[in-house]
Design a protein around this ligand. Structure first.
Ligand SMILES: Nc1nc2c(ncn2[C@@H]2O[C@H](COP(=O)(O)OP(=O)(O)OP(=O)(O)O)[C@@H](O)[C@H]2O)c(=O)[nH]1
Ligand SMILES: [Mg+2]
Length: 921
């Protein structure tokens, strides 16, 4: 039988010719033993039933990801990760290794070791595979990653030393003085604590050491030839570079993309993650297009090249694969997720890169005008914002204004400069402000309020005019009530007739109902009412003034006292054409309709249409002396303000040219416009906020006003507070991504919905302005009917202009030649400036949070979809400097587009509140 088989099979000499040199064939056959009995037990081979060997096939990735409950084979991992000296898992059968310091300076940090040789079990020396430099820290990382476990130690001895390590195979490592050696430990047992370990750290693909090119540029790590200009392809795992001749031999068919063969199955070098799928021109030239595509697609999608989830650490907890998959498959996933530590705030839905500072407690910080900050509600000042170097650097980087007196705390030069500048400014303070806005935005209210606040008297003519306007308005309101009265009476009669039909009874009763009911007027009042309505319908209400006040005031009094009219007045809220402000005047309709009526300041303020008739109005005012806020003591400073009605600006705002000499434009917008529409003559409705935005764009890009400073006044904040609770801001198309999380029970400290709405709108306009002009828009919130609010907005104008002037003064170096007289108003000016600066930084950061991408993970590309979209919702960043860091406290209560609420299941916000703090380094 043996001879038959030998004749069928090729002889070993024949085979060798066809095959590689090192290939040889030997046959051996077992024949029955007929010799003498043996003293020892004969080893027996246990037959294997191949069908009973459990086998596993690759599950499709999609299936695994969708159904996490599939059983997963327990990986064999190190039992104790915290202990470096724990039994190690040797990745393969290393038997010999030399670790050499190429620099000759070995210390535990930053030196490198080089594995120059390694022999595998069959004695084959695969030097190529294991050559490479290991950074000591890398080596320690390797140990953690489960490839090699052991200690890196310095050798005392000058000479080569054979070191045994504690492995069952008694392998040795050669090392010499100042060389590192690695003490390998036993293989970990496959039972024991492996299950525990699996839960501690998810399975990871092993990490491979980086390969060095010994500092030689253009070195090919296979042929060791150096060609600086020859193209190279690199291994995405160990960074070894290969020349054109070697690349295919070194990398083979590249089933996992560009990895040299020994690196297959190893994790990629994370610094190369951005390069996945981007191969060199050299490889493209060498391979067919399809092959390149295939390789690149495997490189991107193969399992081992995916980001190991445990490297993404959120709130100090590494992600599991399921969590990472959830993150990457959410509606708006992070585009370039990098390994690192992140924080995540369940309430806001925000996350960002953690800079490693832990914040105890539930911190809400408040920054005061002088830059000091403290925990909310606490008295202890924790530090001063402006004294931090980093704050100053960030302010400079973000072009945020910075109080000049703190830029050099205690510095005399700075103080002197401030004095001089203030003096300069005082002498030439004459600012022209242009106040403009769409219909009903509140410009005339602000204009009137400014007159009242700064004691600019109304002239006699103005007063007379205002009086008639108010009286005419009251007649107009009365007419609206009379229209309502007619409707209410008719509805009432219909109802009565219906009840009469349902309930047949004495007919006299029904007739009585017809004749007099709660809405019926006396014939005299009925005639007056019909006459008034007729005049209003004809649009001639103005024509009866001023005579009406003489002739009809007794009738108005009679009407007011009439029960039917009062019944109507009670239902005034049902009359949508009645302006809100009507309430203020109607209560005093009798008094106002009299000939001797004198409007009070409040009446003037509340009165509609006072300045719109002439379109352009102007006044001069100066900020009053006040020791509290320290505004200019001298009152020779004049600020002419011109209020222009939009109808006077002409088509495409062509009359704006008239305002070439204004210093600052105050653009007023009503915060309640977002859900309101007005119809043009063709009956086409336009959202008022969008109309305001369009006019804003036209004005800021108009050549005459292109280089002016702008203050956006977001007016009617009091009305926004009511409205935003009923009507979402997203009613306006432009505000679609305003998506605040509802207040939670313990949200007393959180900003109100109106505050967040205001910040959101402000940031929207700031961005628009910045996009169109490349400059900075200042924004102020206002309630035109409140004196303080308008006062603050106008003081803000003054601050803006002062900064402007200061900048010019500094740039012209004028200050050095001026006298150094002290100025009493200086300190107070500073205080105001700081207040505005702080508010501006807060604004700036809110606005810039998106652009900065707080994760700061990638500077190559805009990652809008991830962070920018969410930042618009940023409402209550507070800026604080702590431990030398500029921190951004996230207390936003906004949900970003991404559905992070899902992730909240894993990272609830703990009582320590540390999840709520993000740090911007
Ligand atoms: N509640 C409230 N009402 C305001 C505020 N500002 C203005 N109003 C009212 O809004 C209405 C319109 O304000 P105006 O000041 O007349 O607005 P305008 O921009 O001059 O509008 P036109 O004169 O139509 O161009 C008036 O009834 C004001 O009383 C505010 O801050 N809060
Ligand atoms: Mg008006």
């Amino acid at each position: 039988m043996t001879s038959v088989l030998r004749s069928i099979l090729p002889s070993s000499s024949e085979r060798t010719e066809d095959l590689d040199d090192d290939y040889s064939v030997e046959y051996s056959f077992a024949i029955e033993y007929n010799g003498p009995p043996v003293a020892r037990d004969i080893p027996q081979v246990v037959p294997i039933d191949v069908r009973r060997i459990p086998t596993a096939s690759m599950a499709a990735r999609a299936v695994v990801l969708k159904n996490f409950s599939l059983p997963i084979i327990q990986p064999i991992v190190k039992s104790d990760h915290s202990n470096k000296k724990a039994p190690a898992k040797l990745n393969s059968c290393s038997v010999e290794a030399e670790f050499q310091d190429s620099e000759g300076r070995l210390d535990k940090f930053g030196s490198s070791v080089r594995v120059v040789s390694r022999k595998s079990e069959n004695g084959h020396d695969d030097l190529d595979c294991f050559s490479g430099r290991l950074d000591v820290e890398d080596l320690e990382d390797e140990c953690k990653a489960g490839v090699l476990y052991g200690d890196v130690e310095d050798l005392d001895d000058e000479s080569m030393a054979d070191v045994s390590y504690n492995n069952s195979s008694n392998h040795t490592i050669s090392a010499q003085k100042n060389w590192y050696y690695v003490t390998f430990r036993d293989l970990p047992s496959s039972d024991g604590n492996s299950e525990q370990s699996y839960h501690d750290e998810p399975e990871v693909s092993p990490h491979r050491p980086m390969v060095s090119n010994d500092g030689k540029k253009g070195l090919c790590n296979r042929c060791n030839k150096t060609n600086r200009f020859g193209e190279k392809e690199f291994c995405i795992v160990c960074s070894a570079k290969y020349c054109k001749k070697c690349v295919l031999r070194a990398m083979g068919s590249m089933p996992e993309g560009r990895k040299c063969i020994p690196c297959i199955g190893y994790r990629i070098d994370e610094s190369k993650r951005g390069l996945l799928g981007k191969c060199s021109r050299m490889l493209r030239k060498m391979l067919a297009d399809d092959a390149v595509k295939q390789i690149m697609s495997s490189e991107i999608s193969c399992e081992v090249n995916q980001l190991p989830p445990h490297l993404i650490c959120v709130n100090d907890k590494p992600l599991s694969i399921e969590e990472l998959v959830l993150l990457q498959s959410c509606s708006n996933p992070p585009k370039k997720l990098r390994p690192g530590k992140y924080w995540y705030d369940k309430v806001s839905g925000f996350w960002g890169k953690a800079a490693g500072i832990h914040c105890e407690g539930n911190p809400h910080f408040w920054v005061t005008a002088d830059g000091s900050y403290q925990h909310e509600g606490m008295k202890n000042v924790m530090g001063k914002l402006w004294e931090k170097k980093r704050v100053r650097i960030v302010c400079a980087a973000l072009s945020l204004p910075f109080p000049s007196d703190t830029s050099n705390p205690g510095g005399d030069v700075d103080k002197d400069m401030d004095k001089v500048m203030t003096k300069n400014l005082e002498s030439k303070m004459m600012n022209k402000l242009l106040l403009v806005g769409c219909d009903q935005s509140g410009t005339s209210t602000i204009f009137k309020q400014a007159k009242i606040v700064y004691n600019v008297p109304f002239s006699d003519d103005e007063k007379q005019n205002i009086k008639f306007v108010i009286q005419r308005n009251v007649y107009h309101y009365l007419c609206i009530l009379l229209e309502g009265h007619a409707r209410f009476e008719e509805e009432f009669l219909i109802e009565m007739r219906r009840q009469r039909a349902d309930k047949p009874g004495p007919s006299e009763y029904s007739e009585q109902v017809d004749e007099s009911n709660i809405y019926s007027f006396s014939p005299r009042l009925k005639a007056f009412s019909d006459w008034l309505l007729q005049i209003m319908m004809s649009g001639n209400l103005e024509a009866i003034f001023p005579a009406a006040t003489r002739e009809y005031s007794p009738l108005i009094e009679e009407l007011w006292k009439d029960k039917a009219f009062q019944a109507t007045y009670k239902r005034r809220n049902e009359l949508h054409t009645l302006p809100r402000v009507a309430n203020y005047f109607l209560d005093r309709a009798v008094e106002i309709s009299r000939i001797d009526y004198e409007p009070s300041q409040m009446d003037i303020l509340y009165a509609e249409d006072i300045t719109s008739s002439n379109g352009v109005a102007s006044m001069e005012f100066s900020f009053p002396k006040s020791s509290q806020d320290g505004y200019m003591e001298s009152s020779d400073e004049n600020n002419p303000t011109i209020r222009v009605h939009t109808s006077s600006l002409g088509e495409n705002c062509k009359w704006l040219e008239m305002f070439e000499d204004v210093n600052l434009v105050i653009y007023c917008i009503s915060l309640t416009d977002y859900d309101e529409y007005h119809e043009d003559i063709n009956g086409i409705g336009t959202n008022k906020m969008m109309a305001a935005k369009n006019l804003f764009e036209t004005i800021i890009t108009h050549p005459t006003l292109a280089d002016k400073e702008y203050l956006l006044v977001l007016n009617k904040y009091d009305l926004l507070e009511e409205k935003i609770e009923r009507v979402p801001l997203s009613q306006c198309d432009w505000f679609q991504d305003f998506n605040p999380v509802p207040h939670s029970a313990n949200s007393n400290n959180n900003p109100s919905l109106a505050q967040r709405g205001f910040h959101y709108v402000a940031v929207k306009f700031k961005r628009l302005f910045s996009d169109l002009t490349g400059r900075k828009l200042f924004v102020s919130r206002a309630t035109g009917l409140e004196a303080d609010s308008v006062d603050n907005a106008l003081k803000y104008c003054r601050e803006i202009l002062k900064w402007d002037d200061e900048m010019q003064t500094v740039s012209m170096n004028e200050w050095s030649s001026e006298s150094m007289e002290p100025s009493t108003s200086l300190g107070a000016n500073r205080s105001m400036r700081r207040k505005t600066v702080v508010s501006d930084i807060v604004f700036g950061l809110r606005a810039l949070a998106g652009e900065l991408r707080l994760d700061l993970g990638d500077d190559e590309e805009e990652d809008d979809s991830w962070f920018c979209s969410t930042s618009l919702a940023a409402s209550s960043f507070l800026v604080i400097s702590k431990n030398g860091f500029l921190a951004v406290i996230l207390d936003l209560n906004f949900r970003c587009k991404m559905d992070w609420s899902e992730l909240a299941r894993w990272w609830p916000v703990g009582p320590k509140g540390e999840n709520r703090v993000g740090w911007l380094e």
